[in-house]
Design a protein around this ligand. Structure first.
Ligand SMILES: *Cc1c(COP(=O)(O)O)cnc(C)c1O
Length: 409
């Protein structure tokens, strides 16, 4: 890492030779967080049990921070239950534990994480339907309302808060209002948004949400967690299709023993407690959101300046991750581009869309606007080496985007 950056960046740099991860999990974590993993802990030990219980309290604290009126759930509080594995394990645990065997889920999809929820529910044989908006557009509350009125057998609606495959921030409150009016239950995949994008539990009525350690709380991978209403947890006994992903059993066992039901990722968990304390120190959800927003704004305006276009129209961009369209130039080659950026110390993320060629730059993790400026400089010089003259994408793609956008809203 060069010395100029050492002087200008405000957050501590990664270890020597360690690249910045511009990927939305695993992401760049602080030295303080990583350091906690140098200690081996016994999972049955009192000290470790205390760590787990502190974490669960702090997770609820994060939800309450941005929930202005908590009167509606005071008698039925939200509780946090952790689950070993990557974020998908927790998503699967939530869907399998809370959509009853005789229930029916409706998945609102606009990208690969939405499709994944649909696949999960199909996989363990729950009745499931989908409204698929493709890659560019948010779920439509009007269509949802129509569907819920048409199909009375739907018990649960599943929505992705920030669809990380494109970076689109979905209109959670508008969706939740429709679900509430139709008296159905809402399950939220907020894996990539929890901790940085406020969720007001006083306004947004939901049964459960899910997230994981290595996203906006900036922990290392190893486990996820579900935040659910107590009544929802209580009534989920024997509902799961899976032994190890049964949230009720995990919760019940933890209540009785203070322990995780099966071997927990102890190092990742103690690192997470440190990450949570740093989250607090930064000003909680709003503090973190402020830094990520600045990262996104810095990135998007500098990319705009050198001719790139975002895949989504500006109003749907999230401060989590941004997708950019490939330049319309035969000299552009993603693999070469990736390698040039890696040489500069930046790991970027390939696109995850079926229809359009994109690459993604994450805004979350131990990054600030100084780092983002440096990222764009590296992008610019990589294009030069590849002899890419213009970063502008194919005109047709932009026209298509515009048409879709106008069509919908
Ligand atoms: C990261 C993420 C997940 C979980 O992905 P894993 O690779 O299993 O950690 C789920 N949903 C969304 C929206 C995500 O961003």
């Amino acid at each position: 890492m060069d010395n100029k950056l050492r002087k200008t960046t405000k957050i501590p740099l990664p270890n020597k030779g360690e690249p910045y991860l511009l990927t939305p999990g695993p992401l760049s974590t602080s030295f303080e967080t990583k350091e906690k993993m140098l200690v081996d802990l016994g999972s049955w030990d009192q000290d470790f049990k205390k760590i787990t219980s502190k974490i669960l309290d702090k997770l609820i604290g994060i939800l309450l921070q941005t929930s202005n009126d908590n009167s509606y759930f005071q008698s039925d509080p939200y509780l946090a239950v952790p689950m070993q594995g990557s974020g998908t394990f927790s998503v699967e645990a939530m869907l399998g534990s809370f959509v009853p065997k005789n229930g029916k889920a409706l998945v609102l999809s606009n990208g690969s994480y939405g499709l994944r929820c649909y696949e999960i529910l199909k996989y363990f044989g729950r009745a499931v339907d989908i409204i698929d908006m493709g890659d560019y557009l948010p779920p439509d509350p009007f269509l949802l309302d129509k569907k819920l009125k048409q199909d009375k057998s739907i018990t649960h609606v599943v929505v992705i808060h920030c669809e990380t495959s494109s970076g689109i921030l979905n209109p959670l409150e508008a969706i939740a209002n429709v679900v509430e009016k139709n008296q159905r239950s809402l399950l939220i995949d907020s894996v990539s948004s929890f901790g940085a994008i406020p969720i007001d539990a006083g306004k947004i009525k939901f049964d459960a949400l899910v997230s994981s350690a290595n996203k906006c709380i900036e922990g290392v991978p190893g486990f996820g967690f579900v935040i659910a209403k107590q009544s929802v947890l209580e009534s989920s006994k024997n509902q799961s299709h899976s032994l190890s992903l049964d949230l009720y059993s995990q919760w019940n066992y933890m209540n009785k023993t203070g322990q995780w039901r099966f071997t927990p990722p102890t190092h990742s968990i103690s690192a997470f407690l440190s990450a949570l304390m740093q989250h607090e120190k930064e000003g909680g959800v709003m503090g973190r959101l402020g830094r990520y927003e600045k990262n996104k704004d810095t990135l998007v305006s500098a990319m705009d300046f050198i001719g790139f276009e975002t895949m989504l129209s500006k109003r749907w961009l999230s401060p989590i991750i941004v997708s950019f369209l490939y330049p319309d130039d035969d000299n552009f080659n993603f693999n070469e581009f990736y390698d040039f950026m890696k040489k500069d110390g930046f790991i970027i993320y390939p696109g995850k869309l079926t229809s359009t060629d994109t690459f993604r730059i994450g805004c979350i993790g131990q990054l600030d606007s100084y780092v983002m400026k440096k990222v764009v400089r590296s992008i610019e010089s990589s294009l030069k080496i590849m002899r890419v003259k213009s970063a502008s994408p194919k005109k047709e793609i932009l026209e298509e985007r515009k048409k879709l956008d106008e069509l919908n809203y």
